[in-house]
Write a protein that binds this ligand. Sequence first.
Ligand code: NOJ
Length: 563
Amino acid sequence: MDQCLHCRGLQRLCRFLLLQKFSSQSNFDRQMYHYGTFPEGFSWGISSSAYQIEGGWNADGKGPSIWDRFTQTTNTIPDNANGNVACDSYNRLNEDLYMLRALRVKSYRFSLSWSRIFPDGTRKSLNQKGVDYYNRLIDGLIAYNIEPMVTLYHWDLPEALQKVNGWESAEMIDIFNDYCDFCFATFGDRVKFWITINQPQTIAWSGYGLGNMPPNVVDPGYRPYIVAHNLIKAHAKAYHTYDDKYRQLQGGLISIALNADWFEPADVNVVREVVTADRAMQFQLGWFAHPIFKNGDYPDALKWQVGNKSEIQSLPQSRLPSFTEEEKNFIKGTADVFCVNHYTTRVVSYFTAALQPHSYESDRDMREAEEPDSPTTAIPNQKAVAWGLRRLLNWIKEEYGDPEIYITENGAAVEWDDFERVMFYKAYIDEALKANNLDGVRLRGYTATAFMDSFEWLYGYKFLFGLHHVDFTNPDRPRTPKYSAHYYYNIIKDNGFPLPDDEKMLHDCRQTGLVHHSFDTSSAQPLRLSTNCPSQNGCTDQVSLTLLSSNTQKVRWPAVWKY
Ligand code: NOJ
């Protein structure tokens, strides 16, 4: 049942107060460095996805996916790059396992290539060699005590299913469910963390609105809503299959990875701007999170905006489809934990968008701008705004009833120097720590992106997110840990940023006052990174990270670092 108006009003007020609380923070407060550690058992992970790393695009019976078809036919990707070989992980499983072991991660997030398992997308085409590959990977992880966090669908739809209309068709709900059912039955004795779909908002908007990603349908006003509708139902059905058939025996959990930027209001003292920022959150994250984590239905902001626009556009009905009561009941509550992928923050302000052409983007009635004071990353529109992560986590806590949260992706592509990536992780993870330790957000895990340099979708191999360097000019695809891998290793080892001994006395004095932070800002606070090889650092076995030497040469302090 829908919540009463009074409760909804109160909730909205809480979110406003939250925005006000943070947005009125001084820059100095925002930059304070917080020492502390995460709770015991915190899940430190690293991520990849099948198309980005596996290669072997037609090896051993694998069927083509929409990304195979797209990259092999388009000329819009830099250097006409594709994932035909990528990091060749299909043939280099042991190297991957070695690196994961050396990094000492607690979990590894990877995805299954649907068309490697079912070449034509359906069970009748089962490819045992594909299944064997994932069995070896999962067994290898378990042997090293690394929890497999498995995404069932990370954008690489079997091409055969696209030919019968892909996610535009409601038939996909059952087809996806059968694929998931097979994976639960086959791998679920060892996989205890399932993610049904990665970033459905990207699938709906980039795949069917902008059309810059496969299946390259350009229809900004209609199809994204239809596709999202089917994706939500497909997710819910897979959840119920796990819940009904496997959970009791296998004891795992299942969720969906939603992408969320933080949208900061241009002026927190203007109600309309705060409402606009909230609406921006609802259009991106709430589109999927509201039905799944709240009441089975779309957020009011979405229903209201799209409904009103459609009416003014003289359409017979809203471009946003609606769920029946039965569907709402089926969808609500279909995630055990909240999984969020986060990369950046944007500043938004109110704007009355044109009525034509019909578009999800203009349905939002807002303008976006970059956060002015933050460092850029290599990717346009992805500035490194670490404080946005803390705000986002607090917003999720308020909006969705304090769920357990996993950050399932966070990272940066950097233009020149891996040292910038180190600074990115240092600042972002510290903000996650503040959310957990100071704000009471129930953060359960953090996943760095990416495991290694890999095929970065529309950017090919031009912008790379890896903590490990991969030499793509060498057929052996040698991998080498970067400085950031060492840094992340140390964070994992320390379970955060424990207060260093030489700061303790100072800190004790401060504790008599109200200050819980170090006075260091992120920029002034030293890195405290041991450049020793981790194997000299307490590892008892022979697995170690070997530092990429060219990157150590480049390490230097930036003159000004505005975090
Ligand atoms: C989100 C996607 O899930 C992931 O595959 C990609 O590498 C990152 N964004 C970085 O762009």
